[in-house]
Design a protein around this ligand. Structure first.
Ligand SMILES: C[S@@+](CC[C@H](N)C(=O)[O-])C[C@H]1O[C@@H](n2cnc3c(N)ncnc32)[C@H](O)[C@@H]1O
Ligand SMILES: [Mg+2]
Length: 354
């Protein structure tokens, strides 16, 4: 049985890298900064801010967004401390930042590009965030930005042509109920593991800040711009198979471990977990829209930064690059459709460990 390869971003700082093509994910952190600071001020107990304060980013990639995420948190914690004690945080608090991602993530680029002048010590924490990766009660605030859409594996049967669950598409489009249920079940079990593991690792009263996108209730993935682009990636793989450049059988059995939950599903998973109090569940609406620079080339480049390493692992780097050349052409052809598509919901969820 083949296992699902780890889905990492394109490393380095070159033109194809995640580092250079992840402003979409960063914009959510910026747009939600104020709401996040308010939540920290209101929901983090002052008693927890003393001596050593731990911040952990799960699914940090190779930067630079992770630096924005952790700095925003540290700024909010320092502000709260300064206002409520009248003391200078630099005299009393030391920050430790734990950067988590898969072992195959480009941690070298991350550590080489740490911001100069930062007021924190850094450590790398390798391993899947669906398992325990840290000792008990080892940090005070955890953050996850745009990393909750990757399930730990493709559900059983999905890649098997003879199974009733065979998915001819490369992702969960939302149109096949049985396929959707298989993905949802996998997602439920993964997110439960994640919440359970973080509940052990967080200090009591500590916060988890979740940022990302989900679907509005009842909207299907392929009705959103991300889903449409994924459908275009699938069509481009089929074009390459038709040209004989890759094997059609491999395309037919290829599916991504990707699931975008509906808002209601996400709320239910968290509430049923019971280990946290939901302190905020915000729909972050950006003044210039979710994607102000929506353009076929930017779409192709940012999807390549996310999907490129995963596609290369299956089809090789040359085929991967050809796929994204085709994606840009097709995205241009279908641009009016993409523009009018549903944008999904960008969220900030604040959980406090009970
Ligand atoms: C789209 S990137 C987001 C990166 C970063 N948080 C940001 O805001 O730009 C998703 C990251 O999650 C990581 N990831 C996905 N599944 C993971 C898992 N099970 N454990 C640890 N990291 C994971 C990937 O390797 C990737 O670096
Ligand atoms: Mg498939």
């Amino acid at each position: 049985m083949s296992t699902t390869p780890q889905w990492i971003m394109i490393g380095g700082e070159g033109p194809e890298s995640y580092n250079k093509n992840s402003s979409y994910q960063r914009r959510l952190l910026e747009a939600a900064k104020e709401k996040m600071s308010e939540a920290i001020t209101a929901k983090l107990s002052l008693d927890l801010i003393s001596d050593r304060f731990g911040v952990a980013d799960f699914g940090c990639a190779s930067g630079p967004n992770t630096f924005v995420a952790v700095q925003n948190i540290i700024d909010a914690v320092e502000d709260k401390y300064r206002k409520e004690t009248g003391l200078n945080p630099a005299d009393n608090i030391e920050f430790q930042v734990l950067f988590n991602d898969f072992t195959t993530n480009d941690f070298n680029t991350l550590f080489q590009s740490l911001p100069p002048g930062r007021r924190y010590y850094s450590s790398g924490v390798p391993g899947s965030f669906y398992n325990r990766v840290l000792p008990k009660e080892s940090f005070h605030i955890g953050v996850i930005n745009y990393a909750l859409n990757f399930t730990s594996k493709v559900p059983e049967g999905i890649t098997d042509r003879d199974s009733p669950l065979w998915n001819k598409d490369i992702h969960c489009t939302g149109f096949n109920q049985a396929v959707k249920k298989a993905y949802l079940d996998q997602y439920l079990s993964d997110i439960k593991n994640l919440l359970d593991a973080r509940a052990e690792e967080l200090v009591p009263g500590g916060l988890m800040l979740l940022f990302g996108s989900c679907l509005q209730d009842g909207v299907k993935m392929s009705e959103t711009f991300m889903g449409i682009v994924l459908d275009i990636v699938g069509a481009s793989l089929n074009d390459l198979a038709q040209l004989g450049l890759i094997d059609q059988k491999e395309v037919d059995s290829f599916t991504t471990p990707l699931y975008f939950a509906e808002e209601g599903e996400l709320r239910q998973i968290i509430e049923e977990n019971g280990k946290y109090t939901v302190e905020a569940f915000e729909d972050i609406i950006q003044p210039n829209g979710e994607f102000p620079y929506l353009d076929p080339k930017i779409l192709a480049d940012s999807f390549k930064a996310i999907f490129g390493a995963f596609l290369s692992a299956h089809f090789g780097i040359d085929a991967m690059r050809k796929v994204f050349e085709l994606v840009e052409v097709k995205a241009r052809e279908e641009f009016s459709h993409i523009r009018k598509a549903n944008l999904g919901m960008q969220y900030l969820i604040v959980l406090r460990k009970n």
